[in-house]
Write a protein that binds this ligand. Sequence first.
Ligand code: PMP
Length: 360
Amino acid sequence: MHSKNLKPSSLIHPQIRSLSAYRVVPFTGTVKLDAMESPYGFSESLKKKWLELIASVEVNRYPDPTAKELKSKLRQVFEVPDSLLLTLGNGSDELLQLIQMAVGGYGKTIMAPQPSFAMYEIIAQYTRGNFVGIDLDENFQLSQDSWLSGVERNQPACIFIAYPNNPTGNFFDEKLIEDTVRVSDGLVVVDEAYHAYSGRSIMAMAEQYENLVIVRTLSKSGFAGLRVGYMMSQPSWSTEFEKIRFPYNISVLAQESAVFALNHWEEICQNTETVIRHRNSMISHLERMGGIEVFPTQTNFVTIRVKDENATRIFEELQLDGILIKNLHGYHPLLSNCLRLTVGTDDENRQLLAALGRCL
Ligand code: PMP
């Protein structure tokens, strides 16, 4: 092979060179509770009908670029008002990227609370934006003064607020979100990834303010593998986002399967209710264990701090037991000795709690 004396990395932008690829710890065990997946997909009877449907899908054809049927089902099931339009993404990750491609980039500031969902900052880096994080207080809340003065000082082109927040599990004050939208001359993105579990939304606010958009996902409701995210915004925004969305970003299999899931949403919601029940009993169990600080959560995960203990040691011991959770220690000073536990099936949760009890 003829090779020039050229280092590919020298052609890569420094902001990309300084990044590490998003690391997902390989799962080799038996209990996977690290990524906020729902433990429940389709029931056996739904799976049978779904497979029949999938058999008729024409994979030789491109998907519908407008995803008309899927959008109409999403609108119906999630009661999206006519004044808001939908933009779909290959997971909500893709929508977060689409937003930054449209309003971020060189010379633009992107702001988010810290700690929060890592992709806001990663996307800001590789789209050449300037990321500013504003630290939460020790109760994982946004302090009104430092947040709003941060908005005024930094004039961000785009602000991301996860509602509820990952990895802390809590809501931020709704009034503070509204004040943010009022104070900001940029776009405010409220990420409702955990909407299925939190039951709260600021959709009504998005009807009122043009510079507020909402991003959601089907991932946490049992369909992480389908990769379907949806954004609700006023038409002036969706017109622009549509210009940079790949026309076939939602595959035929994802479109058909998501429509099928939405046609059976009542049954899917029962799974969500089950996970919420499991979460609540997991919280009571953890609180009884002692030596653990359990943070309030409105999601399908529980974030804990192990007191007088080493979270990394516990994470590694659980891994040896075949249980994968998320070690948050090292991501941010506020997360010291914190672990994030995704809620699984009754059996998985029992195994996790028993192993945790042995470790402590
Ligand atoms: N937003 C938040 C707050 C998340 O926690 C996640 C997933 N962990 C996502 C967005 C991305 O979800 P997806 O790409 O699967 O839709």
